[in-house]
Design a protein around this ligand. Structure first.
Ligand SMILES: [Zn+2]
Length: 125
């Protein structure tokens, strides 16, 4: 059994400490610009809305609103090795939906609430 850590940080699970393998698995993000909304004036803070135009003569800020979509998982090998688990972020595991592509689960915390490890691994169906 082999565990390959494809996150950017050390993983502690079930008494094992697994160093990052050097390749980080990621989900490609597709960003579509949908519309703009008008923010407050950058100089005086005057507010404009869709119904009420701002009353000052300064420059109003414009805030883009995008639609995000999860794309392909990047960096996980096409042919997964047998008896190998690939440890990735929760988001990558959610998109990959493969029993060998796992994230950590069951966080263990110290007395100050800091996460010190995880009790197990999990995949998404
Ligand atoms: Zn203004």
């Amino acid at each position: 059994m082999q565990l390959i850590n494809m996150t950017p940080h050390e993983v502690k699970v079930g008494g094992l400490t697994i160093q990052p393998c050097g390749t980080v698995a990621r989900v490609r993000e597709i960003e579509l610009l949908m519309r703009y909304i008008q923010g407050p004036c950058m100089l005086c803070g005057d507010q404009a809305t869709d119904q009420t135009p701002g009353t000052c003569r300064h420059q109003f800020s414009v805030i883009p609103v995008c639609q995000l979509e999860n794309g392909e998982v990047e960096s996980i090998p096409e042919a997964l090795h047998q008896d190998t688990y690939y440890i990735v972020s929760k988001l990558v595991a959610q998109v990959a939906k493969h029993p060998a592509v796992v994230c950590v689960t069951g966080f263990i915390r110290d007395s100050t609430g800091r996460i010190t490890g995880a009790s197990g691994l999990a995949y998404y169906k």
